[in-house]
Design a protein around this ligand. Structure first.
Ligand SMILES: [Zn+2]
Ligand SMILES: [Zn+2]
Length: 339
């Protein structure tokens, strides 16, 4: 009997009678992380890893019925032993380990291999069946070390500041924004943030993650000279909006794993693209899958067919799991979602 099956409401554990990251409201939900496509409103009960509590409450409401557990702590529910293990994706992100009748399954949620200092690093968990994401599950996706990407961002910011140009960097407001703030060279100038980013910075700071001092962009006048040297962190949805009118002469950039694709930057209409993802790249996915020792792999998100075929060629029992998880590297508008 399978420990996790696909149901219209989401991934379901029949033995434990609960769902993992359900996309329709259910009674009992186990949440891997607080990105909008994994943590939705309307569930009667939420169970999540403790470091994610602040983010979950700030996004889903302070009064949600939420129970948390430390990484590695075990809970026995209807005979199923459940525990959370770091996924290295965003603050509080977790893989869910389920054990029942000697069978071990791990549902990874979203994960990233390279540690970034803003959340607990990914820890491989041994299991018989591994449910993996494959957002970037194509051989073309191979990330540079993040230090190289931060060096590129720093150089771009410095060059703009030397020309009295504001640097506006678009990135996903939860996770990516804090990772960039944590990693950039703060000696280069002031850092301004969009209103969508600042509340999340607060949760990270409250959790003890170092996020450098930031200034809410709405408080700074266009004429203020600090504008010219500033790096502005804003969500992609701010691009082309009236919010941008507060900046005079600026250069804009976009940080996302999708910037690896030729043409994405042009379609986005930004000056610079920085390839920075909070997901595992192709070698990272294969490494993580290998580390679990799993003989059976269920693939969700993204390039399911390509990864499934590759794993089968390696002798693994692999299959796709159809889910409604989206693409958290970009806050896509409905028209772009089909592109
Ligand atoms: Zn995510
Ligand atoms: Zn996801």
């Amino acid at each position: 009997m399978d420990l996790v099956i696909a149901r219209p409401e989401g991934l379901y554990c029949p033995a434990g009678d609960f769902y993992i990251d359900p996309w329709r409201p259910v009674e009992r939900s186990v949440i891997t992380h607080a990105h909008g496509d994994h943590a939705r409103t309307g569930n009667q009960h939420y169970l999540a890893a403790a470091p994610g509590e602040g983010i979950l409450r700030s996004r889903l409401g302070q009064d949600i019925n939420l129970q948390t557990m430390a990484y590695g702590e075990r809970l026995l529910h209807h005979g199923v032993t459940l525990s959370f293990h770091p996924a290295g994706h965003v603050l509080g992100s977790a893989q869910v380990r389920l054990e029942y009748g000697g069978e071990v399954w791990v549902a990874s949620g979203d994960y990233k291999i390279e540690p970034d200092g803003t959340c607990a690093p990914f820890e491989p968990v041994r299991c018989h069946t591994f449910i993996t994401e494959s957002t970037f599950g194509l051989p073309i996706y191979r990330w540079q070390p993040q230090a190289d990407v931060f060096a590129e961002i720093n150089q771009w910011w410095q060059a703009n500041a030397a020309k009295d140009k504001t640097s506006v960097l678009f990135c996903y407001s939860f996770g990516k924004a804090q990772r960039i703030l944590h990693g950039i060279d703060t000696s280069l100038g002031p850092i301004l943030t969009h209103g969508a980013v600042e509340p999340l910075n607060r949760v990270y700071r409250d959790s003890g993650v170092y996020i450098p001092p930031t200034i809410y962009a709405g408080d700074v006048k266009k004429s203020d000279p600090i504008m010219r040297k500033a790096l502005v962190i804003a969500p992609p949805s701010a691009a082309g909006s009236t919010w941008m009118r507060r900046f005079g002469d600026y250069s804009d950039g976009f940080a996302s794993g999708w910037m690896r694709l030729r043409g994405t930057r042009r379609r986005r209409g930004v000056d610079r693209g920085f390839v920075l993802s909070d997901h595992a790249d192709w070698p990272g996915l294969l490494w993580a899958i290998g580390q679990t020792g799993a003989e059976r792999v269920m693939v969700t998100h993204g390039s399911v067919a390509v990864l499934v075929r590759h794993l089968r060629e390696q002798g693994l029992d692999a299959q796709g799991f159809s889910t409604e998880y989206g693409n958290d590297e970009e806050e896509l508008t409905s028209t772009e979602a089909t592109a």
